[in-house]
Write a protein of this length. Sequence first.
Length: 339
Amino acid sequence: MTDSLINRRIVLANYLEGEPTADHFRIEQVPLRELANGEVLLKATYLSLDPYVRNRMTNAKSYAKGLSIGDVVIGETIAEVIASNNAAFKPGDQVLSWVGWQQYAISDGSDLRLVPYSDVPPSTFLGVLGMPGLTAYAGLVEIGKPQPGETVVVPAASGPVGSAVGQIARIQGARAVGIAGGAAKCKRLIDDYGFDAAVDHRAPDFESQLRDACPNGIDVYFDSVGGHPLTVATSLLNDFSRIPLCGTIADYNLPSPPPGPDRRPSFVRALLTHRVTIRGFIVYDFAHRKPEFEAAMSQWIREKTVAYREDVSAGLDSAPAAFIGMLGGKNDGKVIVRL
């Protein structure tokens, strides 16, 4: 059966140095082999696009193995089992997998997880109920530890991680201040996600806006961005504040360090003076909290305590443009490709 199928896939054509372009991707069509005993044939239905993939597309050393030229670009997917020689899976099963940027894949089943039955769309297990949601939940609860009445500031707040962080912070009784790019996103933070305040980092008076939004300073700064927002927020950090750090998106596309004054001394001095706890983390550090997270987040979604938004493009060929747009901040919500 499988040898009659042609798999369409997107592979890494060139290593990244600076901003990604269409030239960094190559579309291929290759035949599939027959299934061996214990294997299943998967057809991807939803593909998750995430910022961490950008760092896997370079030959620089990172916390995880990077891609080689010609490798299928990585990404988590929802996939359907369409043929099976594995007793644990049957045709029609929906599974979480790492098919990546391709239409079909063959798996021995060891990397698959059945999509839990839920009254929410399967795609949510790539977003608010998946890795971005767990990043928000575990980073905030384990490292941020917001207390009632404290102020939690979230850059990239309209994205899947940031929007969840702000809403969870409010559930825990804290005050949520979101940072986003543009008036429309800032309005959505308040109207759709319930943030207490929203600040546009593109505004010329961004610094004074953030200061006005945080009259009692910042207790938790949940950072996935780095860059200018972190520089501005540093002057507002309270004593014993906490910084969960899960990304530096502002710097991902920079081919070299940005020009300008070295702000490291003032940043380090603020960390010392205010006895700030800063901890970098990778979501898999908190894999043990996944059952707890899924139970809590599922309930919040059912109760409409947590809202989410998906930015969906159609077809595998749309993935490179959607990925490039996401790194440029053009997305509005969790970026997903519907295959």
